[in-house]
Ligand binder design. Structure first.
Ligand SMILES: Cc1cc2nc3c(=O)[nH]c(=O)nc-3n(C[C@H](O)[C@H](O)[C@H](O)COP(=O)(O)OP(=O)(O)OC[C@H]3O[C@@H](n4cnc5c(N)ncnc54)[C@H](O)[C@@H]3O)c2cc1C
Length: 811
């Protein structure tokens, strides 16, 4: 065995094999795969191995499209035979209009990704799949590329090609220890000896946390038992003269594909079972769990009703194996937060179909630092410290029970709720709050008019539409209060703080004590990595001069990693997270100055405390740090309170606020108001696929600045001219916001993609942001939005349509 290599990939299932292959495709041939037994001996060997192009967002569609293209290429390669039933076609069934609308939306999104999906009615479903009944069926969603592949041959083809390119594969080589040298490189210990490397990749499948433990980390991945059976031949299939399309059923929770002249049917039963919670037998290799068809009777009945022919055939074989799930059902593919030179490709629950794409995106990240798509939906940093074993398994069970029931906008499921709360959570509950979840934090979404008020899950505006409108009207006319918990907050100190910050941001950042500034961080490719406020807090009795770095709640581990990895060895910079120690109370509206003046001694006049100022003070007797910033477009104060004083500060503010009409407002109101003001949302409008000029951040970007991360690449992009631009649109539709990912059309041509959409109550317009071809970006340009299969008119309007001269904020 080699004693040194560039990358060691641990695990020879589809995840590891695809990563190894794609590393060689990206030009790194000195790479090694270590497998404890033989290739595919974990979950991969017994997979049902369906390969669909369905994805909930553009990144997922794009990576699956890559898998399919790659698998077709492999299947045509005479050197490595792979049986691939490409393009049998697949139908996702639906029995509600809400599901049908969602399918229409996914079709619109697919258009922008160059994939032609189709929404079909019940009769057409039956025409394409003659075995099904149309009872209780509205229609379905057709994926023309759906099929299945031999997973063993697939992995051998991938490693075969990788070996031809110089990679090495060692089977029967379990990794037993991982130690990191001082320079950040790794010592990988195996039964066959030691191999040193620059980078390690955990592709350990259901043994993910055995490997993670060797690095002193834990990943939020849990395994569930999952069963399918294979039937004897079905005469109707033989007669059909074509292969049956695949089926996926969110009504009765099963999938089904043709196998020989019978069917393979897999089940997602409600009475499901986590696996390996107390450790995994080291001899569980090429192994299965005991069959237990009793568990799936409820689902089985649904499948029999849909395909009566099933009742007439026997079962040939039953397979029950472990399948991995994460907290949100999407894999963890990328850099391991808090670890240097360590990556993972884990938590794959549809790994055969997706594995080609995941390995592709991971190899790009390892070699180039970033992939061609924004990979936040896969980023291991998207979960923070609350994601322990117990919570992960609760979410895994819930996700398994809802396998084909995608999340609708504003839908937050009940398992594992209240993971992160504050002293105000019970008070907000008392006030009839509906909560949304941000990185585990329970945040008020809106205040329900009654305790039993409910919203229908759909892509349309729901029952809360006018409720949110009233919250906004009160902010606009009086004053509102909103709790923003979990907002990411780092304290940066040390004598090199200012120069460090200058290097991290692409524009001018104020260092003036008492002042707040907004800035953008780029990656080495000149693309948007992050957005943060920089607050310069002068020296006081509470501490020395320090900088507060504030960014989106979910960005805690992402931003910490990015900042710490850029501190130079000789630089004196310390970063400490305050995220879990502080909460923000926002008061916003024309009466907000009166409210803060009534509960704090300071002079809050516009002269004494101007827009973008910060000061330390007391709200009542609670120590607070107050910033004059506004996301709502109204006069506002962002009040940062240590968690132990939060309740007292809230009482002071609400007592003072009663006289001025203070009411609670929630996250939905904030979302609408920020769109009216032209403020952007991280990982919606601010993504790694666009640079700051394309994102319209010219005034925050300064190519004359001596140095900042990504400058050289950005200069090159600037010189070659803009191709896309983020614009604001007015959508001519009253029943639904424009969903992220929907396509904008000029005739048959896709000219743009929606990044955010929400009703603007104060401007009375249906607003959307979209990245659009540069020749369509002029104000007044008209186009069509493919909204759930119908074309609606959209027009480019000026950004920040509400109070564009900031007169209300600056009042
Ligand atoms: C019944 C069933 C049906 C499925 N059907 C489908 C489907 O239709 N379509 C689909 O896309 N997906 C399907 N899946 C899911 C899919 O099979 C998995 O997502 C995929 O196989 C996971 O691959 P992996 O490489 O992550 O893990 P694995 O295949 O488990 O590979 C991990 C490898 O890491 C090795 N390893 C672990 N620890 C070490 C160590 N210390 N040192 C060295 N090596 C180590 C293991 O031996 C193993 O070979 C199904 C799963 C099941 C259980």
């Amino acid at each position: 065995m080699k004693t040194r290599t560039k990358v060691v990939v641990i695990g020879g299932g589809i995840a590891g094999c695809s990563t190894l292959y794609h590393l060689t495709k990206e030009g790194w041939s000195d790479v090694v795969l270590l497998e404890r037994n033989n290739l595919t001996s974990g979950t991969t060997w017994h997979s049902a191995a369906q390969v669909t192009n369905f994805g909930m967002n553009q990144t997922m569609v794009g990576l699956k499209k890559h898998s399919i293209k790659l698998y077709r290429d492999l299947a045509n390669d005479p050197n490595f035979p792979v049986n691939y039933n490409y393009a049998d076609g697949g139908i996702r069934l639906a029995n509600t209009e809400e599901q049908m609308d969602a399918y229409r939306h996914f079709t619109s999104m697919g258009r922008g990704m160059g994939v032609d999906f189709e929404v079909i009615d019940a009769e057409e479903c039956k025409r394409r799949h003659p075995l099904i009944s149309t009872d209780n069926l509205l229609g379905g969603w057709w994926d023309p590329h759906d099929g299945n592949i031999d997973p063993y041959q697939l992995c051998n083809a991938l490693t075969g090609r990788a070996k031809n390119a110089g990679a090495e594969v060692y089977t029967d080589t379990p990794v037993t220890a991982l130690d990191q040298y001082k320079d950040g490189t790794w010592k990988v210990t195996t039964h066959k000896g030691v191999i040193d490397c620059d980078i390690v990749v955990n592709a350990g499948g259901y043994r993910v946390n055995e490997v993670a433990k060797m690095m002193n980390v834990h990943h939020p991945v849990a395994s569930m038992e999952h069963q399918y059976f294979l039937t004897e031949d079905i005469p109707a299939i033989e007669k059909a003269g074509h292969r049956m399309p695949l089926l996926r059923c969110p009504i009765s929770d099963y999938y089904c594909r043709q196998d020989k002249n019978g069917l393979l049917i897999g089940f997602y039963e409600q009475d499901c079972k986590p696996w390996g919670m107390d450790g995994i037998d080291p001899n569980f290799v090429n192994a299965l769990c005991p069959d237990d068809l009793d568990r799936v009777t409820d689902v089985l009945e649904g499948a029999f009703a849909r395909m009566p022919a099933l009742k007439e055939v026997g079962i040939r074989n039953i397979v029950n194996g472990p399948i991995t799930y994460t907290i949100d059902g999407t894999p963890l593919v990328g850099k391991i937060p808090g670890k240097e030179n360590a990556f993972c490709i884990i938590g794959l629950r549809a790994g055969i179909g997706e594995g080609g794409g995941h390995g592709w995106l991971l190899a790009q990240q390892i070699v180039h630092g970033e992939a061609c798509y924004d990979t936040w939906c896969l980023d291991p940093a998207r979960f923070t410290s609350h994601t322990n074993v117990e919570l992960t398994s609760l979410k895994a069970i819930e996700d398994y029970q809802n396998e084909f029931r995608f999340h609708f906008p504003h839908e937050h499921r009940p398992a594992g709720r209240s993971a992160k709360t504050t002293s105000l959570t019970p008070i907000m509950t008392e006030n009839n709050a509906e909560f949304t979840v941000v990185n585990g934090w329970e945040r008020v979404d809106f205040i329900k008019p009654s305790k039993d008020f409910k919203c229908t899950h759909s892509f349309n505006f729901d029952e809360a539409f006018s409720v949110v409108g009233k919250e906004i009207a009160n902010v606009q006319n009086n004053v509102g209060i909103c709790e923003v918990n979990g907002f990411n907050r780092f304290e940066i100190t040390g004598e090199d703080t200012d120069s460090f910050i200058d290097r991290m941001f692409c524009g001018k950042i104020t260092h003036k004590p008492g002042r707040v500034g907004l800035g953008y961080l780029l990656n080495e490719l000149g693309m948007i990595k992050g957005e943060a406020t920089i607050t310069n807090i002068p020296e006081s009795e509470r501490g020395p001069k320090r900088v507060w770095y504030g960014s989106a709640a979910a960005s805690e581990l992402h931003d910490m990693d990015w900042l710490t990895q850029h501190i130079k060895q000789d630089e004196k910079v310390n970063i400490k997270s305050l995220t879990n120690n502080q909460t923000i109370l926002i008061i916003a509206g024309p009466n907000s100055r009166k409210v803060i003046s009534a509960c704090s001694r300071e002079n809050w006049s516009k002269e004494a405390f101007s827009w973008l100022s910060v000061r330390e003070c007391f709200i009542g007797f609670s120590p607070a740090t107050v910033m004059a910033v506004s996301f709502s477009g109204e006069m506002a104060y962002e009040i940062h309170i240590p968690n132990e004083s939060l309740y007292a500060a809230y009482l002071s503010l609400t007592k003072a606020g009663t006289e001025f009409g203070m009411q609670i407002f929630g996250a939905r109101a904030v979302e609408s108001m920020r769109m009216e003001k032209g403020f952007l949302a991280w990982k919606h409008d601010l993504i790694t696929e666009y640079d700051p000029f394309e994102t319209g951040l010219n005034r925050f970007t300064n190519l004359q600045k001596e140095n900042f991360i990504g400058k050289a690449a950005l200069q090159k992009r600037f010189d070659s001219g803009l191709k896309k631009k983020l614009v604001c649109l007015n959508i001519n539709c009253k029943h639904a916001p424009a969903p992220g990912g929907a396509s904008l059309m000029d005739g048959d041509k896709v000219v743009g993609t929606i990044s955010s959409g929400e009703w603007g109550y104060r401007v009375n317009q249906n607003l959307a942001y979209a990245f659009i071809n540069i020749d369509k970006a002029e104000i007044g340009t008209k186009m069509d939005l493919d909204l759930f299969g119908k074309l609606v008119k959209a027009e480019v309007i000026p950004f920040a349509p509400y109070d564009s001269n900031f007169s209300r904020i600056l009042a």
